[in-house]
Design a protein around this ligand. Structure first.
Ligand code: GLC
Length: 712
């Protein structure tokens, strides 16, 4: 587009005040009105991070119910982060963006990148990690992939939206250094390196201001310090005051209410501009940002005829979804090499409701009307085929009501079995049902060569709008797992969840495979890893603590309060806390096993002319299986001038290695990798001194280390 600013000014100069106001608030739940007279279409938005959400009626929270809005149901952002594969993140975004365009949308309300501060946050599954650097490295390519398709990402929720409890009104208190080191970097990278055309404000208050209309966040930081010229969108219902909204840098007010003309930036704002209380220039600024976004995605302007068409539900999209699911699975434990399982067995018992449960249709705004969803049970059956008897039992009781399965139209219609004459089944008690479920599970487990338990959580617990009450697994799963180990000590446990759970059986169980919500091909990927068709390569993007007491958000800060939540733990979030205090966690940040092993050797450090530190070493695949290893580089200040985490992740890479293959890895640490935020100087600064560079397979599995002197 030649002279975009001139184009924007020309358009703006033709707009009436009413038309400008129409541009800056929703006129339906998921789109604006546009200005037909001037060829400005409505801006069509849609959730979410796991695919393009089904269509709603414009003014009723009712799906339109047609059959054209089934889509590719993709892995959640936690699964994407667990791949640590930046190329795959781009591929993920490529699919999400093409589906967005293919569904006729202009903006996808994704990715969600809030810091996973506590295991209890209901939306953790929609977020990536506890580490801002990993978030930045994964979100930026994902956004670029989305926007390749002439649609806008909308990275969310800025900022500190770290709990669901009282999410619209809770005031989050966070100090400046913590904001700069932990809660801003992912978003800054999303805008700078990801070039996100839009960003969404969070519901909560931050230090007394509602984020969406915060002068600090939106005016001073995003527009001022970050010099951002994209669009700032409110969360749906995140605006509470017309003057604040008008004077903030937020451009577009969306809400869940159907009285669109009564939105704070609708007729109330129109009135205040007309009576001179507020300047029309405040509206013009917002309209310019929205027109600029529309230009960027070729909704308007000379390039609109060449706008990409997109597509959805393609095989290529499903293949990418499978690839992300495969690499997002994390093998947490594999004692005695219980995994991979053998295919040439006669009987397999699959126990646990999550083996057959469908997750796509839950979780809140990230819900997806999936074209299909392969459950773990289906994945296992279709991998093993018909010669292996795969039996299923739910194992634990999820719902007290029994689905009416006895009456069948076929038997009924043939009149052979007059099902109505059957005496109604005696209502069994919950305890009786649990006992019956255990008996069924025990029976198939005793009779099987292999036992696979598939449990964990579901979107009954991992969901927008509510936080979990605790880390415990629901439905008495712990007991079932223990009892299954009595029956077969090689019972394999597959966990579905968006956050860490308590694992009292962790020492007892020999193999644990962790799956976030892995999308429509999740069951396929789980089966492929269980049976060795895929060598697992995922690693945890969050620490798995044993208890909440270990978590700094609960032991130092507060979580889940309805009025004020204090991030008193400061920068000590996640492994920055656990590793600094040496907490004995279930599994550390960056942990993940493979069916092969990798050795690290030959660490060398040198500096380049820019005073960057070049870290070189070799990684070798010592096994007989090809695999991918995620190597991590942590920086550990030896004598910091201020309190700092014992170490912080500053570079990583994922390297594919054939059996016995060795590769030379070179990682570059720039000055900022040694820095911390100095509040007095209002800048990131580097202390001169000694730093230990740690090359690790996880934050607790450091394979190579060497000290380097930094002269700032
Ligand atoms: C929701 C969520 C946000 C979503 C929006 C539209 O309340 O907070 O993530 O994109 O509203 O559904």
């Amino acid at each position: 587009m030649s002279e975009p600013n001139k184009y924007i000014e020309d358009l703006l100069s033709q707009m009436t005040l009413e038309e400008k106001i129409d541009m800056i608030h929703g006129s339906a739940f998921f789109h604006t009105k546009g200005v037909e007279r001037l060829g400005i279409p409505p801006l069509m938005t849609s959730d979410g991070p796991m695919g393009v959400r089904a269509d709603f009626e414009d003014d009723r929270w009712v799906n339109i119910g047609t059959s054209d809005d089934y889509v590719t149901y993709m892995p959640c952002n936690s699964a994407v982060a667990s791949t640590w594969n930046t190329e795959l993140a781009y591929a993920f975004g490529d699919v999400l963006g093409e589906e967005t365009r293919g569904r006729g949308k202009d903006m996808i309300l994704a990715p969600g990148i809030n810091i996973k501060r506590s295991p209890l946050c209901g939306r953790n599954f929609e977020y990536m990690s506890e580490d801002p650097y990993l978030i930045a490295e994964m979100a930026a390519p994902l956004i670029r992939g989305i926007q390749k398709h002439d649609v806008s990402a909308c990275v969310k929720h800025f900022a500190c939206n770290a709990q669901e409890t009282e999410r619209l009104w809770v005031d989050t208190e966070v100090d400046e250094r913590t904001l700069q080191e932990i809660y801003y970097p992912g978003f800054k990278a999303a805008l700078d390196k990801g070039n996100s055309y839009a960003i969404m404000g969070a519901y909560n208050l931050l230090n007394g201001e509602h984020c969406c209309t915060s002068k600090k966040l939106m005016n001073q930081v995003v527009r001022g310090e970050w010099n951002y010229d994209g669009a700032i969108v409110s969360d749906w219902g995140g605006v509470h005051d017309t003057v604040l909204a008008a004077e903030s840098e937020m451009d577009l007010e969306m809400d869940v209410r159907p009285d669109f003309e009564e939105y704070f930036m609708a007729s109330p704002l129109l009135e205040k501009v007309k009576n001179g209380e507020l300047s029309e220039e405040l509206i013009d600024k917002k309209v310019r940002n929205l027109l600029r976004l529309m230009l960027r995605i070729k909704m308007i302007g000379e390039e609109k005829e060449s706008r990409k068409a997109g597509s959805y539900n393609t095989w290529a999209h499903q293949k990418t979804t499978l690839d992300v699911a495969r690499e997002g699975l994390v093998l947490l434990k594999n004692e005695d090499n219980v995994l991979p399982l053998k295919k040439n067995v006669k009987k397999v018992a699959v126990i646990g409701y999550n083996a057959t449960n469908i997750h796509s249709n839950g979780g809140g705004s990230s819900e997806i009307k999936a074209l299909y969803e392969i459950s773990p049970l289906m994945g296992i059956k279709k991998l093993l085929g018909g010669n292996v008897k795969v039996s299923y039992a739910p194992g634990y009781v999820v719902s007290e009501k029994e689905e009416a399965r006895e009456v069948n139209w076929q038997s009924d219609s043939t009149q052979y079995f007059n099902s109505k004459s059957e005496e109604t089944k005696k209502q069994e008690t919950l305890e009786e049902k649990k006992e019956r479920f255990w008996k069924e599970a025990k029976a198939i487990a005793q009779d099987a060569d292999e036992v696979i338990f598939v449990g964990g959580l579901s979107h009954d617990f991992d969901t927008e709008g509510a936080d979990r009450a605790g880390m415990e697994l629901p439905y008495g799963q712990d007991e079932i797992i223990e009892k299954l180990c009595d029956v077969n000590p090689n019972t394999v446990v597959v966990m579905f969840a968006g956050s860490p759970v308590k694992m009292p059986w962790k020492e007892r169980v020999k193999a644990i495979l962790w799956s976030y919500y892995s999308g429509m091909e999740g069951g396929t990927a789980i089966a492929e890893v269980l049976y060795g068709d895929v060598n697992p390569s995922g690693k945890l993007a969050e620490t798995m603590p044993k208890s909440l007491e270990q978590c700094s958000a609960h032991s130092i800060g507060t979580f889940g309060n309805k009025d004020v939540v204090k991030f008193s733990e400061g920068v000590m979030v996640g492994y920055r806390h656990y590793d600094t205090v040496g907490a004995e966690v279930h599994f550390p940040f960056g942990h993940g096993l493979s069916y092969t092993t990798y050795s690290y050797s030959g660490l060398e450090i040198k500096k380049n002319t820019q005073n960057d530190v070049i870290v070189s070493f070799s990684v070798k695949n010592e096994g007989q299986l090809a695999g991918k290893e995620i190597v991590q580089l942590y920086v550990a200040p030896k004598a910091p001038s201020v309190e700092r985490p014992i170490h912080e992740l500053k570079v990583f890479t994922k390297v594919a290695l054939e059996p016995q293959e060795s590769k030379e890895i070179s990682l570059i640490l720039s000055g900022e990798a040694f820095s911390y935020y100095n509040v007095e100087q209002k800048a990131f600064v580097v202390d001169s001194g000694i730093y230990e560079l740690q090359v690790g397979a996880s934050s607790r599995d450091i394979r190579l280390r060497m000290e380097v002197e930094v002269n700032a």
